[in-house]
Design a protein around this ligand. Sequence first.
Ligand code: PSU
Ligand code: MN
Length: 328
Amino acid sequence: MHLTFGRSNDNATTDRRTVGGVTDFALQFGAHVQRARREGRPVVALESTLVSHGLPRPDNLRVAREIEQTVRDHGAVPATIGMIGGRLIVGLDDAQIEHLAGADDVAKLSVRDLAVAAATGANGATTVAATSAVAAAAGIDVFATGGLGGVHREAAQTFDESADLTTLARTPITVVCAGVKSLLDVGATLERMETLGVTVAGYRTRRFPGFFVTDGGFDLDWSLDSAQQVADAAAARTHQGVSRAALIVANPLPPDEQLDPALHDQTLRTGLAELAERGVSGKDVTPFLLAHFHSRTEGRSLAVNVRIILRNAALAAQIAVAAAPAPA
Ligand code: PSU
Ligand code: MN
């Protein structure tokens, strides 16, 4: 692996091929993340696909900024990850986040896309899979998102299972999420995570959350009850040296903040029907269904989605702080 430190990332439009004779395809660190690393401060990775493809404009930019601010408010430094002009950036600055939130040429990048996207100078937002992989490569141990990708409902026919799962199986990072959305096959997703050796623990619960709804309908074997306990579990994984899979911390919304389950079920039914009718498939499925929820519930699912992300960002920051060595 070739990591480059100390390089400025504020010239997104300059030649990306060589800088000082070194290829510019290495990870680039935003100035704030560079500083945090130098000072040994806790860092939380954040994904950009939920901003570019998961949330509607113009709320998405406001929410992206709120997520970063929430991480800061809880004592950690945010590192939003994405690609600008082929440069894979750990710690996008505000103008770069604004670009990914507003531009029409932003690709949805999973791990397999990163190299060709770089070679072609693309702008792109990273999924849970790509963000986890890049964060781990950058030495960041904690990542906050909304919901994971998983096994889609028609997967038995379509083979549509998110690369989030297989990537998490080989990526040692702690991911704070609110489970997976009920638009997926939740039971099959949990089974696949078991097969793949991905650790899943509820945060103060033994029920797997269903993203918009508090209870996704399935039991979990483990509950972790404090940020310190999560940090300890991650440290145990590292020190045992046995597993290199992710630790998923499933953080449910309190029941009084969830989307009304009846509204949820009805919206899901119409969304799945529309999906089939229009023949939406592949990587467009998740963004399509999210947009359907946000428009059909007149913004209620969006408000819930934002609450989920901000709560996860806060918990991830607390975990990163708990894991950080005590300041000298
Ligand atoms: N879950 C959400 N919002 C999102 C996504 C998931 O609540 O925006 C995004 C994440 O970036 C996730 C991706 O990695 O969708 C999964 O897409 P797919 O199912 O195509 O792998
Ligand atoms: Mn897919």
